[in-house]
Design a binder for this molecule. Structure first.
Ligand code: ANZ
Ligand code: ZN
Length: 727
């Protein structure tokens, strides 16, 4: 037999669609499997082979589960709000709605050509008002719960996108969207109090099946640290300077250990006592310099420390009463702990570099290092530390000191998190309007639930204002409104939500995507949630994955969703690199368009190749020869009909079959798709060496191959008179 993909791929896709065999069913008596892939941002560039690899993993798992009798939900949708679309629309004088619709249409076309078994009746589009109504609804619930607030603060601002960015979106000091340098600006912005969920998000990790590296990245991002707050009195002032330390064990005895203190240049204590500080000019100049630096520049391990001593201010060690100098330096951040530290140069690298630069004594309190070489951060016997002398276990000495501090009322145990509250806004048009009204009498008032969705007004001009204000601010009919509480004149909030909003809950909507009265029907949620298996990219581990766990956990706390964690299991695919081994990019001309591969070799070759090209979780370069190899493999499988006969089984072949079926079954579950395919290739060779196989054996081959190459397999299935679909 021969298989003509140019006509038959489409033929089978149409038959599947007609029969609706990939629709998740409402029959809740069956065991369910909810497989989720990260829905795409429908960019103008169309789909990338990377998308195909990202979806093919759970595509195979989902098809296998259906064959095993599960009720499978394997949905797809579009995360369509965002800057690239808006920027494209501005440049080409189009409406972002039209751009989005066009791009989504194109993506669907491409996805369908690959024959993915998505349930197309459940697609969601985050920009659809019937969807963002519920995004706004969740925001309103968070507002009611006190998890939404506004604050004036230094923010990461991208001058090119004219937009405030979260820390997550400006890693490395660069804008995640346009890669320009991010600058610090003081702005009034919206926040979601994600820090209130830090412990819950950490704790939840213990109850899910995530790979160790993903779990660790999340833990590091949340960055829980335990230590102590300690109060140092300011000499001659009725005020104390509070510090945060993870090493209270190094605190004892000012004359030895705590040789100085450092506070952030922005610390408010400076302005409060400016009149006492003799070198305020110098201090002011230093502060100005720091204001230009991004947090990234400041927290990087820069060996060459800078700083200024506050002339006229000194602190008293709370235990010994010794007087110690206070410096400002940009390596201490105002946004962490209390913005002030006690410096222990012998055992902290940053303090060591600082002490060296400023000629401050460095005296060890832990044995083991050499002060001439650098800070000693290891363990050892405590020295010069009064009642801690002789302790050799860091944990014990920390506990002993914590007890002492609390007993004396000098300080107390405390917890800090690296994670900050989530800057939740953009001053751009193409996003969900924030459903808040500012009333001169009542303050911030939520838009009533029955008025949601708060629709984006249809406007001609989407350009953001020069000062970085939202385009919505220019539309009087949108801005002016009445206060839902007192009925007086009020103004609508004009910021929109950041791109991460819509994707923070889309997997809930898939469960019941057409519901007008609720996020989703509670019974449907109870059946389908949590997601059994979620696959996506490593780049989303500290943003999307944390944000969506936060929203879901909040919804659990208010009784909306049935479980505390949204994803029972998470996996990640590796990137597809260009043939030259570097990241695919337009400018390097090494991008492979999935359409070209489908045109040339058919959908099954593309599907098989992206899973065969290497370990699923690792990056692998594109290789045209190997693509052709996959095509040859499938052609040879098709020609098996020529040697399939009614002749009896032979023990050798039958044992090869058993082994292969077992291996493919197990490998699929372990996402070892490449070895599963390799095993089928070996089996094919065995069959060809043998010269024949039975029809039963061929039908087994078809069944194990069909999750990978379903079009070819349907044709074979039909050829041997199989009943229904092979899928
Ligand atoms: C004394 C000390 C001695 C420290 C020692 C470390 C080692 P994590 O683990 O990240 O929480 N620190 C506290 N607040 C800071 C701020 N706002 N900016 C910069 N550094 C700050 O680290 C906590 C440690 O980082 C604290 O413990 C403090 O230095 C410093 F041998 O206090 B430590
Ligand atoms: Zn009011």
């Amino acid at each position: 037999m021969k298989y003509d993909f140019t006509t038959s791929d489409k033929k089978w896709q149409d038959k599947w669609e007609e029969a609706g065999i990939f629709h998740a069913s409402d029959d809740r008596s069956k065991p369910k499997f909810y497989g989720l892939v990260e829905f795409p941002y429908p960019s103008g560039a169309g789909m990338h082979v990377g998308h195909i690899k990202a979806y093919s993993g759970l595509e195979v798992v989902s098809r296998k589960r259906r064959m095993q009798g599960y009720n499978v939900l394997f949905p797809i949708g579009f995360d369509a709000f965002g800057l690239p679309t808006e920027n494209y629309a501005i440049k080409n004088n189009m409406h972002p709605r039209a751009v989005t619709d066009k791009n989504i249409h194109h993506f669907i076309e491409q996805l369908k050509r690959v024959g993915f078994s998505f349930d197309w009746t459940r697609t969601v589009d985050t920009t659809d008002e019937s969807y963002y109504k519920w995004t706004q609804w969740i925001f309103r619930k968070m507002f009611d719960a006190g998890l939404v607030f506004r604050d004036k603060t230094l923010v990461n601002y991208c001058p090119s996108c004219k937009c405030v960015l979260s820390n997550e979106d400006s890693q490395g000091g660069k804008c995640d969207i346009c890669h320009s340098e991010v600058v610090q600006r003081s702005k009034d912005v919206w926040y979601l109090r994600i820090t209130a969920y830090a412990d819950k998000l950490l704790d939840g990790l213990r109850h899910v099946d995530y790979p160790a590296n993903i779990r660790m990245q999340q833990e590091n991002w949340i960055g829980r640290s335990t230590g102590a707050f300690v109060n140092f009195t300011l000499a001659g002032l009725d005020e104390s300077l509070r510090i945060y330390t993870t090493r209270p064990d190094t605190l004892f005895g000012a004359t030895y250990m705590v040789t100085f203190m450092v506070i952030a240049p922005e610390h408010p204590v400076i302005d409060r006592h400016a009149d006492r500080i003799a070198n305020m000019d110098e201090v002011g100049a230093y502060r100005e310099e720091c204001a230009k630096k991004t947090e990234f520049e400041r927290t990087q391990l820069v060996k060459d420390k800078t700083g200024v001593r506050l002339d006229g201010i000194s602190a008293i060690n709370p235990i010994t009463g010794a007087e110690i100098p206070v410096y400002i330096s940009d390596y201490v951040m105002m946004g962490y702990g209390t913005g002030a530290i006690m410096a222990v140069p012998a055992h902290d690298e940053r303090d060591y570099d600082f002490a060296r630069k400023f000629g401050i004594d460095i005296i060890p309190v832990i044995e083991g290092g050499n002060i001439e070489d650098g800070a000693y951060t290891g363990d050892g016997r405590m020295i010069n530390s009064d009642f801690l002398n002789g302790y050799t276990n860091k944990k014990d000495s920390i506990e002993r000191m914590l007890d002492y501090l609390e007993e004396k009322g000098i300080g107390e145990r405390g917890v800090q998190y690296k994670m900050k509250d989530w800057a939740f806004n953009r001053q751009r048009y193409w996003g969900e309007p924030i459903p808040i009204v500012h009333c001169p009498k009542c303050g911030m008032v939520g838009v009533p639930y029955d008025e949601l969705p708060l629709r984006l007004p249809d406007v001609e001009n989407f350009e953001p204002g020069e000062g970085g204000e939202s385009p919505l601010a220019k539309i009087d009919s949108f801005v002016n409104c009445t206060c839902p509480k007192c009925g007086g004149q009020a103004k609508r909030e004009t910021d929109t939500m950041p791109q991460w909003a819509g994707s923070s809950w889309y997997f809930i909507r898939y469960v019941d995507p057409h519901n007008d009265n609720a996020l989703a029907d509670p019974e449907a949620m109870k059946y389908w949630l949590p997601v059994d298996w979620y696959n996506g990219g490593m780049e989303h581990v500290t943003r999307h994955l944390i944000y969506s766990r936060f929203w879901y956990r909040f919804l659990y706390d208010i009784g909306v969703v049935p479980t505390p964690e949204p994803y029972a299991k998470r996996s990640a695919q590796g990137m597809i690199l260009g043939a030259n081994g570097v990241k695919m990019s337009k400018s390097l001309g090494n991008v492979v368009d999935p359409n070209d591969v489908v045109d040339k070799f058919g959908a099954d070759t593309l599907r098989t190749y992206v899973l065969f090209m290497g370990d699923y979780g690792s990056a692998a370069p594109w290789n045209d020869n190997s693509v052709r190899g996959c095509k040859r493999f499938l052609d040879r499988v098709v020609s098996l009909t020529d040697i399939a006969s009614g002749r009896g089984e032979t023990p050798e072949l039958s044992s090869a079959f058993h082994k292969t079926v077992k291996k493919v079954t197990e490998d699929i579950e372990a996402m070892k798709f490449n070895t599963a395919i390799a095993a089928m290739m070996t089996l094919l060779n065995d069959i060809c060496d043998h010269g024949s196989l039975t029809l039963d054996e061929l039908s087994v081959f078809i069944r194990i191959l069909s999750p990978f190459a379903p079009h070819v397999c349907e044709e074979l299935w039909a050829a041997i008179g199989g009943e229904g679909f092979a899928s």
